[in-house]
Design a protein around this ligand. Sequence first.
Ligand code: SF4
Length: 250
Amino acid sequence: MTTGSGASAGSAASTGRAEDATSHREGRTSATSVRVTEIFHSIQGESSWVGLPCTFVRLTGCPLRCVWCDTAYAFHGGTRRTLDAVMEEVAAKGCRMIEITGGEPLVQPGAAVLARRLVDEGYTVLVETSGALDIGVLDPRVHTIMDLKCPDSGEEHRNLWSNLEHLTGRDEVKFVVAGLEDFAWAAAVIREHGLDRRVRAGSLGALLISPVWGLEGLEELAGQVLSSGLPLRFQTQLHKHIWGPDRPGV
Ligand code: SF4
């Protein structure tokens, strides 16, 4: 658990992540395939990248079971694909922004290798992760969008707090909130760990408050966001507004 703050903490985190990525490149790059649920081109529905065209690589499997999970179809099945085949399919989509998501992508060693290969090719690469697995395996050029699981997810105990040390100025932290108590928890965590100063070196918009789809009382929640005085981005899921909440592959 980190107590560092400000630019120095961000700089130290960047260095640590770079070292970790180097060791990953040197020592754990044997993975040549991943299990894939779907690859599709769509509009980015969340984060500070919302609204931009993006190709999504949804990997299969997740060790968590958030009560409000909207991608349970990615828990099982999928197709094992070589990284070369994934790279080819991604290239064919013709989009320079790629998000590797899941499930929990980092449960597969090939995810970090795929992310590095994509950044090597000049793509802008986002990795969306639960926050329960070590993000230090990711190349520091990746934009990590990391959840911290709030109590009502049922998975708060899975938060890997050492991950805060690996956050860099490229990264974002997302809190999916199921109500005002979750929001109060998120605000307390942000203050306790100085996340408003650490993530993206304190720039606006990298701390995401994302209400569970269908949550009632958004006005009250928005009021809490405003009165907190924290530099939060209050977001709903754009892709669900466009295509509905239950459609995969968009
Ligand atoms: S971590 Fe993500 S994929 Fe896994 S159960 Fe939670 S919401 Fe679903």
